[in-house]
Design a protein around this ligand. Structure first.
Ligand code: SF4
Length: 266
């Protein structure tokens, strides 16, 4: 059984065909990345730098330092081939969005001394002995001295804002909390924290040990389903516009239709 990640499972649920292209056929995508991915990466790397810097030097950062770092991150990974789906927006608009996210975050969370233990913390969860594993990275792990709780923080740069009900069922951070409980103790309280930067909004959730046991079982079942899948149907949706295999997928579908048509004409 392979080592899974939340995004691998998510891809299967979102579109089995995309899962096949990416993880089974290992096709090289025609689209390098979307502007949303680029923005997300630059903001994540900047916030990682902010917390590492504070932890290592103890010195306060100014908003100008943070925006300068963000600009460097943006430029370092920038390429002319980045896909912009929403043609009404320019590259500059997306860059400015990131600036606004960081300004809002700065005024809400500065001086960033909240008990951060680690950034981009790698975790590996054994769901079913050594057979079934999930790996991932926690954006930021905090030990809150005031509450005595561990906190798993995640930054979101997309426009989507879920409701509390969605978050109480969310899988990714809940899975990560299993790993944190394995490290620090099952009796420890873990708070899941999402920063929806496009809305300047922080949302939280918690899971009981029973809920985490059920999540383990559901995830094992999902992995079994993925491993035994023989068919990988297309799931056409608005998300196809951002899919890195869009051209391959549409060409392949046209070819399949052409073949079907010519065989039915025989
Ligand atoms: S273009 Fe759409 S249907 Fe095709 S692989 Fe991508 S997400 Fe799936």
């Amino acid at each position: 059984m392979a080592i899974y990640s939340h995004s691998r499972l998510n891809t299967f649920e979102q579109c089995p065909k995309k899962f096949k292209y990416k993880y089974l056929d290992k096709l090289k995508p025609e689209i390098e990345k979307t502007i949303e991915t680029h923005l997300g990466s630059a903001v994540h790397k900047t916030l990682e730098w902010v917390y590492r810097n504070i932890k290592e030097t103890g010195q306060d950062l100014k908003i100008d330092d943070i925006i300068l770092k963000y600009t460097e991150e943006w430029q370092r990974e920038f390429s002319e081939n980045i896909l912009i789906v929403k043609k009404q927006f320019t590259t500059r608009d997306y860059f400015n969005k990131g600036v606004q996210f960081l300004i809002d975050y700065y005024y809400k969370h500065s001086p960033f001394k909240d008990g951060t233990i680690a950034c981009e913390k790698g975790i590996l969860i054994e769901l079913d002995g050594k057979e079934c594993k999930i790996q991932g990275f926690i954006d930021r792990l905090v030990y809150n001295l005031e509450t005595g709780e561990y906190e798993i923080h995640d930054y979101k740069t997309a426009n989507f804002l879920p409701n509390q009900e969605n978050l109480d069922k969310e899988r990714q951070l809940a899975l990560y909390s299993i790993a944190i409980k394995e490290i620090y103790g099952k009796d420890k309280e873990i708070l899941l924290v999402w920063h929806f930067l496009a809305h300047n909004k922080t949302m939280k959730s918690k899971r009981t040990n029973l809920q985490l046991e059920n999540l383990k079982k559901e995830t094992i079942e999902l992995i079994k389903k993925v491993e035994s899948a023989k068919e990988f149907p297309r799931n056409r949706s608005i998300l196809c516009n951002w899919c890195e295999y869009k051209n391959i997928c549409f060409k392949e579908e046209m070819e399949e239709k052409r073949k079907d048509l010519s065989s039915s004409n025989l």
